[in-house]
Design a protein around this ligand. Structure first.
Ligand code: PA5
Length: 459
């Protein structure tokens, strides 16, 4: 289970403030569990670890086994909540160079993510490495209308059909989408793709423990049964309304306390690069859930010690608007020792016989104390070790903390109205039917901007 340590943040607030936030968290707990808060139609994730459909779970495992047996590559097409959770899990529980390992060692397909940008270069380069390989596709989109995955799917489906013929291609396409609505559901029905359901009551960024995350994660060989058990155990542990006994609620409480004191940026840091994609998942979860109505902690991420050599100065001495949440791991999967060198030719004798994990942990402790001295409160979220079970509990920890934190902040943590603005502008500019008026207005504005930049050019 997750261990949460706030001892390096408590100096930044007083007992009265803690008591007030405790009341707010109690109220948020009531709203969430009585299902009376904003966005309560989207609470399917809350009991999902004990309420998921076992029949579909078995089908996911069977599909994963089939893909493992007949494919060199799985392409996962999706964006935002429809890709970040799976990527987080794959990078965290698998080998750091998973795709580069010889197949004999990896034993499962290479896995690539696509449809999470609109870059023709990325897509072309990806297709360059697919030529000689047998490929399966998992296309994931709840709405079925998101432009990035829809475009990638159109192109890759054409490519697969041209390569294998339509009948063989459709046996290698797996669609994860809404139960009954949307373009992708319709296409899956027409084409006979094997398909999985994204429940109506679970929004994209809360969906990693559904088929959205589970199929790609299972294809990589990770133990999805253990992951669901970790989430189920976390669900039980974080049902406790008593703030002093609930680490998840403590995290939600403290980040709100710090926010009220002007700490408007939360930097999620880790000393383990395997957390890189997890940090992206976390960033979406909190950014999309909390950033609304002019409010919200800005979620940022950094990878230490790497970024201490680029962002360290700013964190130590820049504007005092930041707090840090450190993702720590008690016991790494592997360690490497520095050997003895009697000659001390590289001045590292003081490290002889020490493990890299020991050195990394000292870097973490030293940095934490330096940043606290510099006015940056530090929170620590620690896992005993990295495996599928603990990852399941970590996903749940942050999902529930985010819901509670959003309610304490006074926002609906389950909608994302702001994301639509760019989407509708993009579709209008691309000439989608129904957007004609918007297109005309946007083009006038863009022409205006062009005129301004012409003025700059003309001097
Ligand atoms: O969290 C969310 O709701 C979003 O990030 C969506 O997951 C993302 O926009 C992709 O949407 P869809 O799954 O409908 O293609």
């Amino acid at each position: 289970m997750v261990r949460f340590d706030s001892s390096n943040a408590v100096a930044f607030f007083n007992d009265g403030e803690w008591d007030r936030i405790a009341l707010a968290v109690g109220h948020a707990h009531e709203l969430l569990h009585a299902r009376t808060g904003p966005g309560s139609d989207y609470l399917g994730w809350l009991d999902w670890p004990i309420r998921y459909d076992p029949g579909e779970f078995t089908r996911i495992q069977q599909a994963a086994a089939r893909i493992q047996a007949n494919s060199d590559v799985l392409l996962v097409i999706g964006i935002g909540g429809s890709c970040l959770g799976a990527k987080a899990a794959l990078d965290l529980v698998n080998h750091s160079f998973y795709n580069l390992l010889p197949k004999s060692r990896r034993q499962t397909p290479e896995i690539y993510f696509v449809g999470n940008n609109l870059s023709p270069v990325y897509l072309s380069h990806l297709m360059d490495i697919l030529d000689e390989k047998s490929v399966s596709i998992n296309v994931i989109s709840k709405s079925g209308t998101t432009a990035e995955p829809a475009v990638a799917f159109r192109l890759l489906r054409d490519w697969l059909e041209a390569k294998l013929g339509p009948d063989a291609a459709r046996k290698r396409i797996y669609a994860t989408t809404d139960r009954s609505r949307g373009t992708l559901r319709k296409l899956a029905q027409e084409q006979g793709y094997e398909s999985f359901v994204i429940p109506d009551t679970i929004g994209g960024r809360y969906s990693v423990l559904t088929a959205v995350g589970l199929l790609p994660i299972a294809v990589s060989g990770a133990d999805i049964t253990a992951m669901m058990q970790g989430a189920a155990d976390a669900r039980a542990a974080y049902l406790n309304p008593r703030l002093q006994d609930n680490a998840c609620y403590q995290y939600a409480a403290i980040r709100n306390l710090l926010y009220r004191q002007g700490k408007s940026v939360e930097l999620l840091v880790s000393y383990e690069p395997q957390f890189r994609s997890f940090a992206e998942w976390w960033k979406q979860l909190f950014g999309e859930s909390e950033g609304k109505g002019g409010k919200g902690i800005f979620p940022a991420t950094a990878e230490f010690t790497t970024d201490l050599h680029s962002m360290g100065q700013y964190i130590q001495e820049g504007p005092r608007m930041m707090f840090e949440t450190v993702m720590a791991v008690q016991k790494p999967a592997l360690d490497v020792w520095v050997r003895e060198d009697s000659g001390d030719s590289d001045d590292l004798h003081f490290l002889s016989g020490k493990g890299m994990d020991f050195i990394n942990k000292k870097a973490c402790e030293g940095t934490l104390l330096a940043h606290v001295d510099g006015g940056v409160p530090n929170l620590v979220v620690e896992l005993p070790e990295i495996n599928a079970y603990h990852l399941g509990s970590l996903f749940y920890f942050f999902q529930k903390a985010c819901a509670i934190s959003g309610y304490v902040l006074g926002v609906n943590p389950f909608d994302q109205p702001g994301v639509e603005a760019y989407k509708s502008n993009m579709l209008a500019l691309l000439g989608k039917p129904g957007f004609e008026q918007q297109k005309a207005e946007l083009e006038v504005r863009l022409r205006g901007k062009q005129d301004v930049s012409d003025c700059w050019r003309d001097g």
